[in-house]
Design a protein around this ligand. Structure first.
Ligand SMILES: Cc1cc2nc3c(=O)[nH]c(=O)nc-3n(C[C@H](O)[C@H](O)[C@H](O)COP(=O)(O)OP(=O)(O)OC[C@H]3O[C@@H](n4cnc5c(N)ncnc54)[C@H](O)[C@@H]3O)c2cc1C
Length: 442
């Protein structure tokens, strides 16, 4: 096997996280090499342009953050190639577009549902004040304790079971606690009687690249380190010798002083011989789901929304329909619009067995029932799949991830990124992790 000249820092994976780590090291005067298995960088943030339609293959992405320095970095990297929009998001509920978040759109519900949601929220508050509610363990407990049975059963439970493709009573509550606060009672009452209220203010204004889809952000961030990215290199083995890391794709070896992995843990684990049994088991037990993105180009316009959530299983497989041509007009040819549908699945389930045509038929039927498009107006379609889309926090997650992290920490192999840290990290979270890691080791 030919042996590459040793490098200082080797980064496995050229998604957003890998690119950002290389960039931040470069800014501190350190060189690094990225090894990426695909012919292009971007990972979940890839975008494609086909027949004049530019779509994000890993589902609809927008740029937003509470983390001001990270937000400034993303905006700065895009420079003039950035459009800004006000979020106008809906939930498609019983044939109507209801305001998002659901608890801010209660007055738009059928009256019986409004009563159910309001009454159960108040009953929940009373139980809480009487000290009758134990701290939530499962995600379902948390939904019921935070929003009440009404909002839970009408929207949060069906929607979450659709997107996670996992029962909410087998998911852990730890990741939402503290992240999503209980809505103030005044807001619930206001929303129930039809006085405007807003939730999730940090997302109310968002950016999107004018040209090139979300991948334009990764490309802009990669600018200064583009020459250190090696594509078409699938990492197949990772070995630690006495004084170096040795990484190979089966044909060629690269040696490095320092190794950072942004690969899904399931892929990394496969690359390491003699991984302790408890680590192999813990990695095997981690839960995640996969994504099908369907891009649809239509003649004419689409509703003026950013996106709409679809909790009902009866309406088809899609959990969300987005309208990227409302983020940037450059995503489609003049006189047309772009729609993205997202469907989550797991290997071996019913959806995983469906071919592209069946998926397209399902999405078309959903669009028709939502009054967005029909077969006659559709002029373009594409179906894309990503194996690793969402980390699913099941009840064994914390024990499993502790075992895995302890092992890799002991080996001195740094884990960074959505499927390497195995955390629900958005782009801003990935960039923050990359910044923090480089701050520690750079
Ligand atoms: C449906 C959906 C919508 C989203 N919307 C938003 C949004 O609106 N805003 C937001 O901020 N975030 C959003 N995100 C999150 C965002 O996509 C991720 O946070 C981010 O892309 C993760 O980047 P990463 O580099 O950590 O992982 P990845 O993108 O998964 O990168 C990992 C890289 O490793 C490579 N790789 C894998 N195996 C190997 C191997 N053996 N050898 C070499 N390379 C390998 C892969 O090809 C890939 O390039 C969304 C995610 C999803 C699923």
């Amino acid at each position: 096997m030919p042996n590459d000249k040793g490098v200082k820092t080797l980064i496995l994976g050229g998604g957003l996280t890998g690119v950002c780590i290389a960039r931040f090291l470069h800014e501190r005067g350190h060189s690094s090499v990225i090894l990426e298995k695909e012919s292009r960088i971007g990972g979940l943030c890839q975008s494609e342009t086909v027949d004049g339609f530019t779509f994000d293959t890993g589902g609809s992405h927008i740029i937003f953050s509470r983390d001001e320095p990270v937000l400034a970095l993303m905006k700065g990297a895009l420079g003039k190639n950035r459009d800004e929009q006000l979020r106008n998001t809906k939930i498609f509920y019983k044939g109507k577009y209801v305001k998002y978040p659901f608890e801010n759109g209660l007055s738009e519900l059928p009256r019986e549902d409004l009563f159910f949601c309001l009454n159960e929220f108040i009953k929940g508050l009373i139980s809480m004040e009487k000290g009758e509610v134990s701290p939530p363990v499962t995600f379902r407990d948390w939904i019921l304790a935070t929003f009440g049975k009404g909002i839970g059963e009408c929207y949060l439970i069906p929607y979450n079971e659709k997107i996670w493709n996992f029962p909410v009573d087998e998911m852990s509550a730890h990741w939402v606690e503290g992240r999503v606060p209980r809505p103030p009672v005044e807001d619930i009452v206001k929303s129930a009687i039809g006085i405007e209220t807003e939730g999730y203010a940090h997302q109310s204004r968002f950016s999107y690249p004018h040209e090139g889809g979300i991948e334009a952000l990764v490309m802009a961030l990669a600018g200064p380190v583009m020459s250190s990215i090696r594509t078409n290199f699938t990492v197949r083995s990772v070995e630690r010798t006495r004084d170096a890391w040795v990484v190979s794709d089966g044909h060629e070896q690269v040696t490095a002083d320092r190794l950072i992995s942004t690969l899904p843990l399931q892929y990394l684990a496969r690359c390491i011989e003699d991984l302790p049994e408890d680590v192999v088991r813990a990695v095997g037990d981690l839960k995640y789901n996969s994504l099908i993105t369907v891009a649809i180009g239509v003649k004419g316009g689409v509703p003026p929304y950013s996106w709409a959530y679809i909790p009902s299983a009866d309406l088809g497989l899609s959990n969300r329909i987005s309208f990227p041509s409302n983020y940037s007009l450059a995503t489609c040819p003049e006189g047309t619009s772009l729609i993205l549908a997202e469907i989550t699945y797991n290997e071996g389930d019913k959806v995983s067995g469906l071919g592209d045509n069946e998926i397209l038929q399902d999405v078309t039927a959903t669009l028709q029932r939502m009054g967005i498009a029909d077969e006659g107006t559709i002029i373009f379609s594409a179906v894309r799949r990503h194996r690793f889309a969402y980390v699913v926090y099941d009840l064994a997650y914390q024990d499993n991830i502790d075992i895995i992290r302890k092992y890799f920490e002991g080996e001195g192999l740094h884990l960074c990124g959505r499927f390497s840290q195995f955390e629900y990290l958005n782009m801003d979270g990935c960039i923050r992790s990359a910044l923090d890691l480089v701050g520690r080791i750079g």
